[in-house]
Ligand binder design. Structure first.
Ligand SMILES: [Zn+2]
Length: 73
């Protein structure tokens, strides 16, 4: 493998990583509409009290309960 192949492989790897990051970000941090964090399932605003208790929450309480009950990831 010469240096050009190596650089290309590295570039591809970095591009894939950036793509993965971009794809993962919305789920990781939830969905924000007009500065309000909303549930990724039903688009309802997530109450501030819930975000205080669970800052990483991406679902409202109802959807979170469903997710835990039927849990398909
Ligand atoms: Zn919801």
């Amino acid at each position: 493998m010469d240096i050009c192949d190596k650089a290309e492989a590295l570039e591809q790897q970095q591009r894939q990583q950036a793509l993965n990051n971009a794809l993962n970000r919305p789920l990781e941090h939830g969905r924000i509409i007009d500065g309000t964090k909303v549930c990724i399932c039903c688009d309802e605003p997530i109450p501030a009290t819930r975000l205080q208790a669970a800052p990483n929450a991406v679902r409202c309480i109802d959807c979170q309960a469903l997710e835990e009950a039927y849990g398909n990831g």
